[in-house]
Design a protein around this ligand. Structure first.
Ligand code: 9UX
Length: 72
């Protein structure tokens, strides 16, 4: 089964920022769908909890140079 993780992202200023993060999330094993919204500063990720964790998703965001905070 799948779960959804919602993450607040700080530091994005352009659509290139959000695209970079979205691509980084989409390449992760276990991620089924990832959407990053620049205006709301939010990422919504559909993932398989048997393969990857929400913590791991947040680390991947931080690795691209942005701050990530768990929403839900
Ligand atoms: Mo363009 Mo977004 O350099 O940080 S990718 S502003």
């Amino acid at each position: 089964s799948s779960q959804i993780c919602r993450i607040h992202i700080s530091g994005m200023t352009c659509t290139s920022c959000s695209s970079t993060i979205e691509s980084a999330l989409q390449t992760l094993h276990g991620v089924q769908k990832a959407r990053v919204a620049l205006t709301t500063e939010e990422a919504e990720v559909l993932y398989d909890p048997n393969i990857v964790t929400c913590n791991h998703l947040m680390e991947a965001i931080q690795d691209t140079g942005f701050e990530a905070l768990l929403i839900s």
